[in-house]
Design a protein around this ligand. Structure first.
Ligand code: F0G
Length: 433
């Protein structure tokens, strides 16, 4: 096991791994860093694969199976797990043909215990919270973080305090936070307001913050890429495409590839493309304009998961784009909605934010993305999180409201439900039997 510590991302100043802090003294983001020492990568790759069929709860987790690459816990007995990870990679022929690319697959993080990729990060951060003796954990959320935190905190016997923008999170996610027993505060404000508030709350010693500004979250999320490589027998894709909101996930992916290359698990790294919705694209703006600092925006998008105007991890994400020679992309509401229907038609399904990936691949194919590239896109959340969006789309009644103006998103692939009397004859006639 390597020595672990917290490290400021610019100055490199280090702090103890057991310190409850989320920024350096000068306000920089922190990351978990390790003195790994040398590793027998061949033996470890075999070990990771074998653990897939083990009954040990640590091995059954698609996060802790890779524990040698996230060695920040003092004791494994503090691990809080729901057998997270273990998510499939699907081929997606209709989606590939829609986008005009040859080799596209989806890693479906929506098939996690609470239905999103947050579980990979949450098992890591809640386990550390337990180790640090935290009694109350808090997060701001667009819905998935709160659902995941509520579940893991309950498993760990902690109090969960969730701050969410009132009326702006999908119903499935709100239902989860309530069901898992989190104290749920709906504020009159957006996610960025909620994020500001939880950072203030976390100044209280008794409260531990579990948003992705917490560097342990990103350690867990690193394993999404480790598991993906393991499933592909360590064949590195050309590109990974991922939605960007608060920018924790994309940051964790870049960190995973950097460490795996330094340790000798892989020789090349994929380009990472981070996708944002048009109305919530501060990272894309920054990347396109080659600016040095993120300019926050007032966010709007029906993909509520990524309705974020002032993402905390923008510096980490920019470093990832540079390190992986990646790119940022932006997609419209209609492009997201239609792409989501296509992913559905492949029998896969996802929530709106996840469909930004396919929409961006379609926009960039032949113009930023080579048609022959081997692409893995990350579906971050389950289709059942936001059924209202899906039903509205397929009924061709999906509307975006912004600054008092209501705009219809026309649904090119609507599959409208048909209302008929309870009469087999009429149904036969309708469906041509
Ligand atoms: N996709 C989904 C489904 C999400 O829920 C989120 C973030 C993202 C993508 C973006 O990931 O923030 O790491 O860049 N949801 C957070 C939440 C903000 O509160 O659930 P990110």
């Amino acid at each position: 096991m390597g020595k672990a510590f917290l490290r400021a991302i610019e100055s490199g100043k280090t702090y103890s791994i057991d310190e409850k802090r989320f920024e350096s003294d000068s306000g920089e983001l922190l990351e978990v860093a390790y003195e790994f020492g040398s590793m027998d990568t061949k033996a470890l790759k075999e070990k990771f694969a074998q653990r897939g069929s083990s009954q040990n709860p640590l091995d059954k987790s698609g996060v802790w199976r890779f524990r040698e690459l996230i060695p920040f816990m003092r004791s494994e007995t503090n691990v809080v797990s729901l057998s997270e990870g273990n998510t499939p990679i699907y081929s997606a022929p209709k989606s590939a043909s829609y986008a005009g690319v040859k080799k596209l697959s989806f890693k479906h993080q929506g098939l996690n215990p609470t239905g999103s990729f947050k579980d990979n990060g949450m098992t890591a951060a809640v386990s550390k919270a337990k180790e640090l003796g935290s009694k109350t954990v808090v997060c701001a959320s667009t819905g998935n973080t709160s659902a995941s935190m509520a579940a893991y905190a309950s498993r760990a016997g902690m109090n969960a305090l969730v701050i969410i923008p009132s009326g702006q999170i999908a119903m499935g996610k709100l239902a989860q936070a309530l069901d898992y027993g989190a104290k749920t505060i709906q504020i009159d404000g957006d996610f960025d307001d909620a994020m500001r508030i939880v950072q203030e709350l976390a100044e209280e010693k008794s409260v531990y913050l579990l948003n992705s500004i917490n560097p342990f979250r990103l350690e867990g999320q690193k394993t999404i890429m480790i598991e993906m490589l393991c499933q592909r027998n360590w064949k590195v894709p050309d590109r990974v495409v991922v939605p960007g909101g608060n920018l924790g996930n994309s940051s964790s992916f870049g960190k995973a590839f950097k460490e795996l290359r330094e340790l000798g698990f892989i020789e090349t790294i994929p380009k990472i493309t981070i996708v944002q919705a048009e109305g919530a694209a501060p990272l894309y703006n920054m990347w396109k304009n080659k600016s040095k600092k993120l300019e926050p925006v007032k966010a709007h998008t029906l993909a509520t998961a990524i309705k974020i105007g002032n993402p905390v991890s923008w510096q980490k994400a920019m470093n990832v784009l540079e390190y992986t020679k990646g790119s940022a992309a932006v997609v419209s509401e209609k492009e997201i909605a239609d792409a989501k229907a296509i992913i559905g038609s492949d029998g896969i399904g996802c929530e709106p934010a996840s469909a930004t990936t396919l929409a961006a691949i379609k926009n960039l194919a032949g113009n930023g993305i080579d048609e022959g590239e081997d692409i893995v896109a990350i579906l971050t959340g389950n289709s059942l999180k936001d059924p209202q969006y899906t039903v509205d789309y397929h009924s061709d009644s999906l509307f975006e409201e912004f600054e008092g103006k209501k705009k219809k998103i026309s649904a090119a692939y609507a599959n409208k439900p048909i209302q008929l009397p309870a009469d087999a004859k009429k149904i036969k006639h309708e469906v041509g039997l």
